[in-house]
Design a protein around this ligand. Structure first.
Ligand SMILES: [Zn+2]
Length: 57
């Protein structure tokens, strides 16, 4: 009866496009956004963005 219960259509789960939180860059996966953050944004910019989003409730 429930032979194909393990196939719920979640094959490409980790392939959702993700936007960069600092700019309008869009990547195919979280890893790509992570790499983009490391390459395209300085650590100070990321830290400042984190502080800003923390302050501006
Ligand atoms: Zn970015």
């Amino acid at each position: 009866m429930c032979a194909s219960s393990s196939q719920s259509g979640s094959e490409s789960r980790s392939k959702q496009p993700i936007d960069c939180p600092l700019c309008s860059h869009r990547a195919d996966s979280q890893t790509d956004v992570y790499t983009h953050l490391l390459v395209s944004h300085r650590k100070s910019a990321i830290a400042r963005e984190l502080l800003d989003s923390n302050r501006a409730r």
